[in-house]
Design a protein. Structure first.
Length: 569
């Protein structure tokens, strides 16, 4: 079924291409207005008829017809005509950060650049800087964005890689008795560069099966061998590798392909590498591999490098944070700002999932692009929270509370949005940077540290502002920022959105060494967004985050006590 997000994306790209081709300004505005409003619509657009669609704000008769066309055909005739008249390379340029439709129009129609490669050459030889509307800074910014895009080609985010791996696994089960996902997906890498599967059949040689795979498996014959198939799945650019393994070798092969080389090279007190120990005959499980090696079991997520060997000596796997150990959900958005569900809907679903509290943290007033809350809106939301807290606890069941939070923009000088008297009205504050992201490391550090030192800051939100495979994020001195959080009692967010996963898991251990608690926050803009915490938990476990150092593993009573004590400072 066609989803709301698919409809929004289809209308959005249509509007951009219309602007690119100098279409009627009023028609373009009709598309952009519809996108703005239906992006917030919480119902299922695909189930609505013409009359119901026209009742949605921003959707007139013309746009209702367009939505019905998308639902019935999966596309728009108008979009297909625009795509047919637009070079593929020009469409690719929409992926470049820092240039919008107007600049792309100039590049294509005035300068004659219709692909990213020619654009890169124009930047490198300096000719683009002489074009009106561009300059040296824009040229350098485009070059950096192109370099980043090129470095991300053929990679997938954790969520996309996991979903694709599961589809391929089901497909492979038609041809092999046993199929296991291995490699980077099993290790829960935030970015996956290749998909690896181990397959086995007890009574048949591998070659015959590889030869019988359907057309959806596009082989690279030069890279393949009798026992290893390499290629692509359908038109996905990510590499696919299928290894045929004899049944008696399956445990050993699954183990070694689920750990990186540095993990396997680590030697124990007897001078044996983990790789050598894993080859021991008679081992029946991965737990026995580590037992034979002489240490407790290390989960697949932590088999990157060798930090886990020291971690496991003082901790137990049971100490690692898990979905079950989380008691509340912090940093979430409602229809008060740019969320898709109301405050009551967000709270009710949070309660239904078994959590003890919901931290609502809509955008602050400076975030006009996200309908940030003016002070009067803050007051209105706080009044509704008080009423909802009474209503949600009226049944006398397990206590539940909505916490009054805000995601306050960190302004250009490092100060927080709102005057102090308004900041003081919140239970907690997530401080995040959303604007002026093109900063040097010293500038970013200065801005972040000032926000961290603000006595109202409770949590530092997505510390680098990165968007995986899309935006690199501003450079920061991780140690300096973590040290500042330690000195000021500020929690650091692990933003669990698979687009972010920021703080990077590689800095979790340093944060723990400095006594800085971390909060696994979904940054949810709709009810289903809560489930992104599974991705946050995965990378948190990968970095060795323990339950006792996880902020939202605090019970409601402990969370209230913590926040009251912090406000009283």
């Amino acid at each position: 079924m066609v989803t709301n997000s698919y409809i929004v994306e289809t209308l959005e790209i249509t509007a951009k291409l219309m602007e690119l081709h100098d279409a009627d300004e009023f028609r373009i505005r009709a598309y952009t207005n519809a996108v703005f409003y239906i992006d917030k619509y919480t119902g299922d657009l695909a189930t609505l008829d013409f009359g119901q669609l026209t009742q949605i704000q921003g959707v007139g008769k013309m746009m209702a017809g367009k939505i019905l066309e998308i639902v019935s055909s999966g596309t728009l005739k108008e979009l297909q005509e625009l795509l047919a008249n637009t070079p593929e390379g020009v469409i690719d340029m929409f992926k470049i950060k820092g240039i919008g439709v107007k600049k792309i129009k100039v590049l294509w129609k005035e300068v004659g650049i219709d692909n990213i490669n020619d654009l890169q050459i124009a930047c490198e030889n300096g000719s683009l800087a002489n074009t009106k509307g561009f300059g040296g800074k824009t040229q350098e910014s485009i070059l950096q964005s192109i370099a980043f895009l090129n470095s991300q080609t053929g990679k997938l985010r954790m969520d996309k890689a996991q979903a694709l791996a599961e589809v391929i696994q089901e497909d492979l089960k038609k041809y092999f008795a046993r199929v296991e996902i291995s490699g980077e997906v099993r290790r829960k890498n935030e970015i996956v560069e290749s998909l690896l599967f181990l397959v086995s059949n007890a009574d048949t040689h591998a070659g015959g099966f590889f030869g019988g795979l359907p057309e959806s498996f596009v082989e690279d014959p030069k890279a393949s061998s009798p026992f290893t198939w390499r290629g692509r799945y359908l038109d996905n650019k990510i590499g696919l590798e299928i290894k045929w393994v004899a049944t008696y070798q399956f445990l050993h092969k699954q183990f070694i392909y689920s750990a990186d080389a540095n993990h396997l090279k680590r030697k124990n007190e007897k001078g044996q590498t983990l790789l050598k120990v894993s080859k021991t005959d008679g081992l029946a499980s991965e737990e026995e591999v580590y037992e034979k090696y002489g240490i407790p079991y290390i989960i697949p997520e932590m088999r990157e490098g060798d930090f886990a060997f020291d971690w496991i000596q003082t901790r137990k796997n049971e100490d690692l944070v898990s979905w079950e150990s989380l008691k509340g959900i912090m940093h979430n958005h409602s229809t008060y700002s740019d969320g898709r569900h109301s405050l009551e809907q967000m709270a009710t679903y949070c309660q239904e999932l078994g959590f003890e509290y919901l931290g609502i943290a809509d955008h602050s007033q400076s975030a006009q692009y996200a309908s940030g809350l003016l002070i009067t809106k803050v007051q209105q939301q706080h009044a509704e929270i008080e009423q909802l807290n009474k209503k949600l606890n009226a049944s006398g069941g397990k206590p539940f509370k909505i916490l009054k939070g805000i995601e306050s923009d960190i302004l250009g000088d490092g100060s927080l949005d709102y005057p102090d008297e308004v900041l003081a009205s919140f239970d907690y504050i997530v401080a995040s940077i959303h604007s002026n992201l093109n900063m040097t490391e010293p500038r970013a550090n200065e801005r972040l540290v000032r926000a961290i030192e603000n006595p109202y800051t409770t949590i530092l939100g997505h510390p680098t502002g990165r968007l995986l495979l899309s935006r690199q994020g501003y450079p920061i001195d991780y140690k300096l920022i973590i040290d500042a959080c330690a000195a000021n009692g500020v929690i650091i967010e692990i933003n669990a959105s698979p687009y972010r996963l920021d703080l990077d898991w590689r800095w979790i251990q340093y944060a723990l060494e400095k006594g800085v608690m971390l909060s696994i926050n979904p940054d949810a803009h709709e009810m289903e967004g809560y489930h992104d915490m599974h991705y946050g938990v995965a990378v948190a476990r990968k970095g060795g985050l323990t339950t006792d150092m996880t902020f939202n593993a605090l019970s409601l009573a402990d969370m209230e006590a913590y926040l009251a004590k912090r406000k009283g400072r």
